[in-house]
Design a protein around this ligand. Sequence first.
Ligand SMILES: [Zn+2]
Length: 247
Amino acid sequence: MATQIDLLAALQEIDQRLQRKELSLQELHQQVATTRSQIELKEREVEERQRRITELEVRHQAAEERLGEEEEKIKEKRVRLNRIRNERELLAMRREVEIMKEANGKLEDEALKLLEQIEQEKTLLVQSQAQLADFQNRIAQEAAQIEAQVATLEAEAQFERGEREKITHLVDADLCARYERIFAKRGGVAVVEIRAGICQGCHMRIPPQMDNQIRSNIQQNTGTIFHCPHCGRVLYWRAASEDTSNA
Ligand SMILES: [Zn+2]
């Protein structure tokens, strides 16, 4: 029959596999979340460019309308010019028309500049939309692949949890709780071998008396549990591990 320490060692193997699977699952979810946030960012960029184009088009439209109105006014003035006979009045009105034409020139430049900005924004919009489509394609391709990986990992984890349950039924409840605390606190390593008097968890030397006790207890199968006095991990001794140098 397996001793408590054998069971704990088996439990730890399961827990370590479970931990790796859970980590892989987290990474996969993280990968999906990263692509999603890239898409959201691009979507906002596309919206912002579209909003900017609309705003520029409104301004361009307004400039064109004002230009039309001003040109209409100049035409009216010109008609009136033809009817004026008084020289001074004629000069004044010509001067007025000149000033209006100058103002219209500026208005025309403004409208042209707006048109250029609209063209630039449209080019950038096409780029952003292409990048967005790229991200969307990527997530569509990744999604199926990641879903399959997640399903496999979850099924495997489910199996491991079943195996874990079987073992924990056989382990003393207090010892199991103690093991779980150490596992959580000590980076997923709670049961370690003692080799040549050294704890393989913290690599510190175990007092020789304790080392002897551990060996004899395990050989006699008494089931006493020993903790490393330095790191608190459960110590496990196997004759085979120390024999490897002779192999
Ligand atoms: Zn230790």
